[in-house]
Write a protein that binds this ligand. Structure first.
Ligand code: MF3
Ligand code: CO
Length: 291
């Protein structure tokens, strides 16, 4: 719900200006969409310029962690070493790894190898081997502000089929990103990602998707890949969310490791790839915040 604000009251965005000369026309535009039946965002997920600045600082650390992994992740590396690196770089920057203790998750990073779809544990005693593909998913809290992105790593000589899966997943994010614009819809992004993958013979995981992020780890809206263009939430400047499709070489179906309740695998044990990007809707398009 959009709260009632007097026209001469200070604007909710923190600019210090009167509402009528700041965000009143913006809110009126959102209201118009709402009256037309659109699902519209409320103010709690529209970030102010000050919040965006703080979140960008968190993203900087998030990118620094992933850039370090770019240099370090290699054949023979123990998965627990990736957790060590994430901890080291994150704490040195004065930040906290967001996954650690999040709903009981016991590590600081997710490392998902081959048929692992997401939330893989960085196990001790498990080593990356030639031909593996691994997603390293890093999320960071700096001064209470959240950032979240992930990258794929190809270990040694990865076969053409797996390489194509990894590349296509990244390209699908670009296809979705092209649709991130103010007064568009989240469904535009969803369909672009979906179609890019299915046109190339892959499937996308249904149950797990992207999310709003910034003030919390996971905020509204939920960003799946099975909605049609023109549906789902209206996109307005100041919204931010992740695009993070899990793309399968085989069937869509997944299952969760019952022993720990976290690690997700493809049901057919075919490989799965994921990249995750964090994007801000701006006045004239979008800005990639973290990747
Ligand atoms: N990027 C993942 C997400 O958006 C990170 C999961 S961390 C975990 O959910 F702690 F939930 F595993
Ligand atoms: Co995420």
């Amino acid at each position: 719900m959009l709260p009632k604000i007097g026209r001469n009251d200070p604007c909710w965005c923190g600019s210090g200006k009167k509402y009528k000369t700041c965000h009143e026309p913006f809110d009126a535009k959102i209201k118009k969409y709402k009256m037309m039946g659109a699902h519209v965002p409320d103010h709690s997920i529209i970030k102010t310029p000050e919040q965006i600045e703080m979140i960008k600082k968190s993203c900087k650390v998030n990118v620094q962690v992933l850039d370090t992994l770019d240099k370090e992740v290699c054949e023979g590396m123990e998965l627990s070493k990736i957790d060590d690196i994430v901890n080291e770089v994150t704490y040195a920057a004065g930040a906290i790894p967001a996954p650690l203790n999040y709903e009981g998750y016991p590590y600081s990073v997710c490392t998902s190898v081959n048929d692992q779809v997401c939330h893989g544990y960085p196990h001790k005693g498990v080593y990356l081997k030639n031909g593996d593909i691994v997603n390293c998913d890093c999320s960071t809290i700096l001064n209470g502000y959240f950032s979240d992105s992930s990258r794929m790593y190809c270990i040694g000589d990865v076969g053409e089929e797996k390489k194509r899966l990894v590349d296509t997943t990244k390209e699908a994010i670009y296809a979705g990103l092209e649709k991130v614009q103010p007064w568009g819809f989240l469904g535009d992004v969803s369909q672009a990602v979906h179609d890019y993958c299915y046109d190339r013979g892959y499937t996308v995981v249904r149950e797990i998707g992207g999310h709003g992020v910034g003030l919390e780890f996971h905020e509204d809206p939920w960003c799946g890949y099975f909605s049609k263009a023109g549906t789902d939430m209206l996109l307005v400047p100041g919204m931010m969310f992740t695009i993070e499709p899990m793309v399968n070489m085989g069937k869509e179906k997944i299952f969760t490791n019952k022993e720990n309740g976290w690690e997700v695998y493809t049901a057919d044990h075919m490989p799965s790839a994921q990249w995750e990007i964090m994007v801000l809707v701006t006045e004239d398009g979008h800005e990639v915040l973290s990747w």
